[in-house]
Design a protein around this ligand. Structure first.
Ligand code: RIB
Length: 304
């Protein structure tokens, strides 16, 4: 069994601020950090560091070689990443406030240069029993899902960041949705869904997509798993918040790693919650994602 993550690779420019900039305001940041990031890359790094055989597919420009070096150092195969000469690597402008929360502006760059030829060539190396992991930061998503479905791959979709392109995708092919409350509400046509409605949203998604398993992340409220027959709730492991960037990506990567290595849903959710908690306690996206040894050895206080 192999995992192919067809997804974004970003350079994250992280500006530390007291508060997020407001309309009409100019503020100075006293610290700029440049990190490896992108939801795709972060999830591949989480899976690689969790120890599962992971291939990353995507595209970078001439400025992105260090992203591939980091993926490879994390155990991820990068042979399906195209190196473009004239398009810069995707990037993210991230404001990080004093509470460790963030807001992000994305520039797609090479992430939006995926070709159908690349999709066909890449997916031809995978087949039934293999798994494809997808987010919403690259182009050609509907075509990728069509090709993966034809190859009999298990499809995991993290529909993030959420926008109208999600509705152009063949969502009925998805085997696992891993998403947050806001994304769930939008997919269900309930954009005003509020915190505290997690279980209801998860149940409604399971009804809308009866073939799919749903993992709904609820921030500080933990997460919920549901499928056609059961619902399971996972708490978070509380930690000092330094930077929440990539916590969701770590959760996604570790949940998939758990499931694909034969762990129960309960154990996979617990593993994912532990790993995400460690990510929250470190700075940056990819640099804060732990390896499996660190996750196993970390002693946490009681779950919330
Ligand atoms: O999920 C966090 C990621 O979102 C960042 O690394 C940034 O690149 C954006 O893609």
């Amino acid at each position: 069994m192999k995992v192919l993550n067809f997804g974004s690779l970003n350079i994250d420019y992280v500006y530390s601020l007291d508060h997020f900039v407001q309309k009409g305001e100019t503020i100075s940041s006293d610290r700029l950090n440049i990190f490896s990031g992108g939801k795709g890359l972060n999830q591949s790094i989480a899976m690689g560091r969790a120890g599962i055989s992971t291939w990353h597919a995507g595209a970078i420009g001439p400025d992105g070689q260090f992203l591939l070096d980091l993926l490879e150092a994390s155990g991820v195969n990068t042979e399906f990443v195209r190196r473009l000469e004239e398009t810069r690597t995707g990037n993210a402008i991230i404001q990080k406030d004093k509470n460790g929360d963030n807001c992000i502006i994305l520039y797609g760059g090479a992430n939006q240069s995926i070709t159908r030829k690349q999709v066909e060539e890449t997916i031809s190396h995978f087949g039934p029993g293999d798994c494809i992991v997808l987010q919403n930061e690259i182009n050609e998503m509907p075509y990728i899902m069509e090709q993966a479905h034809k190859q009999g791959m298990t499809i995991v979709l993290n529909p993030s960041p959420m926008d109208g392109k999600i509705f152009e995708m063949p969502l009925s092919y998805v085997d696992y949705f891993i998403l947050n409350e806001i994304e769930a509400g939008q997919i269900l046509g309930r954009p005003g869904a509020k915190a505290g409605e997690g279980e209801e949203l998860a149940a409604q998604l399971a009804e809308k997509f009866p073939g799919a398993k749903i993992v709904l992340t609820l921030g500080g409220e933990g997460s919920v798993y549901t499928d056609s027959s059961r619902l399971y709730r996972q708490s978070i492991y509380r930690t000092k918040t330094v930077d929440t960037t990539a916590a969701g990506d770590t959760f996604t990567g570790y949940f998939i790693a758990g499931i694909l290595t034969g762990c129960s849903v309960e154990d996979s959710m617990d593993l994912a919650a532990r790993a995400a908690s460690i990510t929250v306690s470190g700075e940056g996206a990819a640099p804060s994602i732990p390896d499996m040894k660190t996750v196993k050895e970390r002693v946490f206080e009681e779950k919330e």
